[in-house]
Design a protein around this ligand. Sequence first.
Ligand code: SER
Ligand code: ZN
Length: 503
Amino acid sequence: MRFHLEGRLVLSGDISKAASDIPAFIEEANATVLVKGAPAGKGARVGLFNVKGDTLEVTIDSDEFVRSHDALVRLAKLFGQRFGRKLAVGVRRVEADNYLIEMELEREPLQLARIPFVETLRFDGKRCTVTFGKLDEKFLSEKYVDRILTLIKDKVNAQHYAGKSEHWEQVFRSPERPALTDQDPTALLEKEGWIRRGASRGQWIFGPEMTRLFRTFERIVERELLEPLGFQEMIFPKLEPFSVWERSGHAKGIYPEVYYVCPPKSRDPAFWEEVIDHYRITNEVPLEKIRDRLDLPVGGMTYAQCPALWTFFQGRTIANDRMPIRVFDRSGTSHRYESGGLHGIERVDEFHRMELVWLGTRQQTVETATALAEGYRRIFEAFLELDWRMARVTPWFMAQERLVGDADQSEIGTTDYEGRLPYRKGTAEEWLEFQNVSVNGTKYPRGFTVKLQSGEPLWSGCSGIGLERWAAVFVAQKGMDSAAWPAGVRGPYGGTPRGIRFL
Ligand code: SER
Ligand code: ZN
């Protein structure tokens, strides 16, 4: 890598009179702070310099070890130490006028990438040249440059992954079980009146018969899994502010799928009077007038469900005697703006999920995931009697952060549970992901600064049980005659309730 920066220290006073001290100062900097931490001959170096009233102009060339922008900040610090007292002059700020960086990429880009803040971006094979114009202190001192270089590398790598499917590797397949129907479950459920479309996009209203099925699934999960493993119920918040997504990593990528939440700019009725009057006169909700009265979004509605829990642990050290922690939440909906992908109850904008979260040492975390996997297998085999399979896939947080790459080969990663949809036989959508189990490593404890009393690294995992997805797979395979369902579901379901009848 090669960095060439033209910048300056802007000082609190004129140093023309002390100009003769500057060459020795630069020499000192070149021999000390600008090479500190770099292999011999690979540090940063001030080449040209010039005193101009209250500024010290410099050019700095460097390799990757002490990058020129870091070198400029180090130079400013040394200036303060050498001259602050002596001349009663300090450094007000550092700035750059031009900055040129050359780096080698792992792979040739397939197309140009667009990057904010960059003045020019050129590719010559694997060689990438980036230039910047004027840069301020915040930009130079707060790692913007480093993050831009990482972003360029990530975007170029992503071009090579684009179109390739995510990592997927089957690890278990149930015995093939003949289905009792080959119909689309949503169509069946709608026809029988167990569900009706909600007024909002990708939203359903579940009637008594369907709700009983959801609760039956929950009860099976509670008895077979949560109670034996000691999972305790909690209530996680359902509005996730950006501060949570910054820590969870979602701030890196979920924007296209978020249902944003905006508070009003004011709750003064007078501020809203025109909106209210407008509606009363026209019988139309004046959307633009509302938009004008909304503040910026504070975040969005629950997306991955577990991130909002972590504020509970944030900045704390958990007592050894409470390890491992096993909790779950089923207190509300999750929301994703699914765009064109909407389909029946299988892909919806509003869905219901039991979210299990566990924390512990690495070993405890992996053990919990293994115990859950055992429990799920028993439920799908002995209770729901599904035709299903399991696959190792790209970890859910990598997919949601739009990070590319393969699932980690170690214990960190996601296992998806997929059920066969007989009505989709022979298509790419024959298998539906209806649940996952993930070991997330130290990602969340690090993101939310949570520690373990023993000092061992804290790990965590989570597992989402999508009730609509369970129901879609179950009804797609077992149909709607509850008397014909497998005993493990038929029993706790206790017969189809009367439901609601229309004329
Ligand atoms: N939080 C995980 C996800 O969003 C598991 O539910 O997939
Ligand atoms: Zn989760």
